[in-house]
Design a protein. Structure first.
Length: 328
């Protein structure tokens, strides 16, 4: 029996969505300690799981690993389709739990494409592996196709930069009760529509912010400079998505972003992936003040929702066994 636990991730945006530049995508994001997905697995003769999506990933994992089966239970799960990478983290956690239950190596980076994960952004796979702030290489633009590639017909983008962020930093995440973000075929269609008309000059501007501001700030642990950079990158990404999501930030994330940008203890406010999750970065000393401002933001916008404060993850997936289990 194996227990696998992994944290969520925030996605700050892509480096490029224009076909006029040599490389496409190039994800930028960070792993979080909380919230988490936790999967318990034991060898079996067939596939059983208490969650339909986990069961589907388990079937794929069993085929990939060429094992008899697995019994899965989902002890904790991430909020789905809100911008925290729930699909990738669940898929990889199921794969890793199934592999470890059978005494095998998971090799998640190699096998993620067969699970339909890591096709555009490599941030989710990279943070599952090792946590941290991550920038990935994206893909050569010449590989882009208007039709979605079949699962397995890609490799996960390589990590080109990774930094552990200071332990005293805290990421505020606000998840309003709203329509879920795009996923699956709907997300694929939206991304392709964006790519077909994306302005390449935005990518050039992002490249400057990334190399001159964000990477140095991450390496040196400068919170305000880091926040300013991710905030700028998020807004520039939003220019590409304006038509697809109804604004630089999708409703109601845009209202929350606008409110939280006036919070003096928060910086780098933005929308993760397709939202509706909104994030900002602060430190331990100001975390509760940031939480109070988030409550005010939800109330001001007439919304209910969840507020999370999490340190950045400095490690990836945690694999263990239940207490008292001797492994036989």
């Amino acid at each position: 029996m194996a227990i696998v636990s992994a944290g969520a991730r925030l996605h700050f945006g892509f480096q490029n969505l224009s076909l006029a530049r040599e490389r496409l995508y190039g994800g930028i994001g960070v792993g979080l300690e909380e919230p988490r997905v936790t999967v318990v697995a034991e060898p079996a003769d067939s596939v059983t799981a208490d969650d339909p999506l986990a069961r589907e990933y388990a079937r794929r994992a069993v085929d990939i690993l060429e094992v008899s089966g697995v019994g899965l239970s989902l002890e904790r799960q991430l909020p789905r389709h809100v911008g925290l990478g729930s699909g990738t983290q669940l898929a990889l956690a199921v794969l890793a739990a199934t592999a470890h239950a059978h005494g095998l190596e998971a090799r998640v980076r190699e096998r993620a494409p067969a699970l339909g994960r890591g096709g555009r952004s490599g941030v989710g796979v990279a943070t599952f592996e090792a946590g941290g702030f991550v920038v990935d290489a994206g893909h050569p633009t010449g590989r882009f196709t208007t039709d979605r590639p079949a699962d397995g017909d890609w490799t996960v983008p390589a990590v080109v930069a990774r930094h552990d962020l200071p332990d005293e930093w805290r990421f505020l995440v606000v998840i309003p009760d709203a329509e879920p973000g795009r996923s699956g075929d709907d997300e694929d269609a939206s991304i392709r529509s964006v790519i077909e008309r994306a302005d390449p000059t935005v990518a050039d501007e992002i490249a400057g912010v990334l190399t001159r501001n964000l990477l140095p700030a991450a390496a040196e642990g400068r919170l305000e400079a880091f926040g300013d950079a991710i905030g700028e990158i998020g807004r520039k990404n939003g220019v590409w998505y304006t038509d697809a999501q109804g604004g630089v930030f999708r409703p109601p994330a845009g209202e929350l972003v606008e409110y939280l940008e006036h919070c003096p203890v928060l910086c780098g406010v933005g929308q993760s992936s397709w939202g509706p999750a909104v994030y900002g970065v602060t430190d331990v000393a100001h975390a509760e003040e940031a939480r109070a401002m988030a409550r005010s933001a939800l109330e001001s916008c007439g919304l209910e929702g969840e507020i999370i404060l999490s340190p950045p993850a400095t490690d990836g997936v945690c694999v263990g066994r239940p207490a008292g289990h001797d492994g036989r």
